[in-house]
Design a protein around this ligand. Structure first.
Ligand code: MN
Ligand code: MN
Length: 494
């Protein structure tokens, strides 16, 4: 090798060394970054194709559940049917339960508790997953039916937090129960099957909407105007004249089909809900669009987790509650005592005090969270938001105006839950309900925490929450199932 060439080669060697040390330095920084910082990446990159396939398959069952169960009553009936097939029996306070026994308590057909008795019974506390099965909708007023200018309509009183403009000009289905004076009842479900009629709330045409369009969204559609169009033909008379003929024709049809009169509607619970069915969303079919994800997207995983639960260490409990959307008040909501009574019954069997059981218990309050929406970015704080496809969201607190109206989970319990999810390979994330002071909301967490239970909110991120069509990601839904199941089957903490 000539001298000149040697020199050249030496330079090359130096450059190589420099390059190498730069690479080493990068490795060290990478190592530090890996060890010390959170690496937030889309959940898609953290799961296998097999896991994606599993999630997609699991969601086929969920979509079926969504279509069958648009009201709390329908959810409870579904849960009982599935549970009985899996060996669950109605709670009997005189029975003696053994590990692996499966029981349920049906609270007035509108909320339900299901439990699998653990090896330790409830002596060292129970594990509770609590979701809700009521969703925002249009309920009927006690005297709903009226006619006006040759149209028959039903007056509604909305239930839960809705943006009223979203409920006009969409197809609605009628679900519910009408109870007659003698206590007999009929269940109503119109507008779901092909060929059945549907209903709607009309909206003003844009051509004449100048005044309406200049109002703020909250005022453009009044609550009193959410009246549902149900008919436009009168009862036929000789003269073509008569009182309330349009209203009468609707009642005539309802009477023919259900044997009810106008007064029977006073003792009814009729809910008008979007008539469309759950559908895959996106070219990649990665999401589901449907009515009532909040909170059936957590209720279904919590239900299937208890149905699939192998005999756990601590008694495992799934609660599907009513009335969350109106503050959990009422005897079928979680601010009532029905969960306490249920646990008291089990505690009695084990010869322990219910208060000691609760004090040692843990709960995942299974409710949805607001997924980050880039279109409305200004409502979110991106560093502390949850995102579609990043897994189940563990929310330390919800609430509004400085953490009011929430249960702020302890650091200790947060640690136990994140460890549980990590140990069981469950994709999870955390976040807040939007920006500080942007608004806020609550869940059932605080009502269960008030029984002196450790509680944290764990749920599925949702886009367009409370809209007639909400969107969730299939991967997150399956992760919720895996999370709840792991919570039941893996002893953590105390
Ligand atoms: Mn909810
Ligand atoms: Mn809600």
């Amino acid at each position: 090798m000539a001298k000149k060439e040697e020199k050249k080669a030496g330079k090359k060697e130096d450059a190589k060394m420099e390059k190498k040390s730069a690479a080493e330095e990068k490795t060290e920084v990478d190592r530090l970054r890996e060890e010390l910082l959170i690496n937030r990446k889309n959940g898609f990159f953290s799961v296998t194709d097999e896991q994606l396939k599993e999630a997609d398959e699991y969601c086929e069952g969920y979509k079926e559940f969504l279509d069958l169960c648009k009201t709390e009553r329908e959810c409870v009936a579904y849960a009982i049917e599935k549970a009985e097939k899996r060996g669950f029996r109605e709670l009997d306070s005189n029975a003696v339960y053994r590990p692996g026994d499966k029981v349920y308590f049906n609270n007035r057909g509108k909320s339900i508790i299901l439990a699998v008795i653990g090896k330790k019974g409830c002596r060292e506390g129970v594990r509770i997953s609590a979701a809700h099965i009521d969703s925002p909708r249009l309920d009927l007023k006690p005297y709903p039916l009226y006619e006006s200018n040759d149209l028959a309509l039903l007056k509604s009183h909305y239930y839960g937090g809705i943006k009223k403009y979203q409920w006009t000009a969409i197809p609605l289905a009628m679900h519910g129960r009408i109870v007659k004076k003698d206590g007999s009842f009929v269940d109503v479900r119109i507008g779901e099957e092909p060929g059945e009629p549907q209903f709607c709330v009309t909206d003003l045409l844009p051509h004449l909407g100048a005044e309406q369009m200049s109002k703020p969204l909250s005022k453009a559609i009044e609550g009193e105007n959410l009246n549902i169009l149900v008919g436009s033909r009168p009862v036929r008379t000789e003269t073509g004249k008569g009182e309330s003929l349009f209203k009468l024709n609707v009642m005539r049809l309802l009477n023919e089909k259900y044997g009810v009169t106008e007064e029977d509607l006073v003792s009814s619970e009729i809910e008008f809900v979007p008539a469309w069915h759950a559908q895959d969303m996106g070219f990649d079919r990665s999401m589901i669009g449907a009515y009532g994800h909040d909170d059936r997207v957590c209720a279904y995983p919590a239900l299937t987790a208890i149905l699939d639960c192998k005999t756990p260490e601590h008694t495992a409990i799934t609660v599907l509650a009513d009335k969350e959307e109106v503050g959990s008040e009422g005897n079928t909501g979680l601010n009532s005592s029905f969960l306490r009574y249920f646990v008291e019954t089990l505690a009695q069997q084990d010869g322990v005090e219910a208060r000691d059981v609760f004090t040692r218990s843990q709960c995942l309050s299974a409710d949805v969270c607001a997924a980050y929406d880039p279109i409305y970015a200004s409502a979110y704080e991106p560093a502390n938001s949850c995102f579609l496809n990043n897994g189940v969201s563990v929310m330390k607190y919800t609430g509004s105006r400085g953490k009011s109206g929430t249960s702020d989970a302890s650091a200790e319990f947060m640690a136990q839950v994140r460890n549980l999810l990590f140990q069981n390979d469950v994709l999870w994330q955390t976040g807040e309900l939007g920006k500080v002071d942007a608004g806020g909301g609550g869940t059932v967490a605080m009502f269960i925490a008030n029984l002196n239970v450790d509680v944290v909110d764990v749920g599925v991120p949702v886009l367009s929450m409370h809209a007639p069509l909400e969107v969730t990601a299939k991967l997150d839904i399956h992760m919720a199932y895996r999370g709840f199941k792991a919570f039941f089957e893996t002893p953590i903490g105390k």
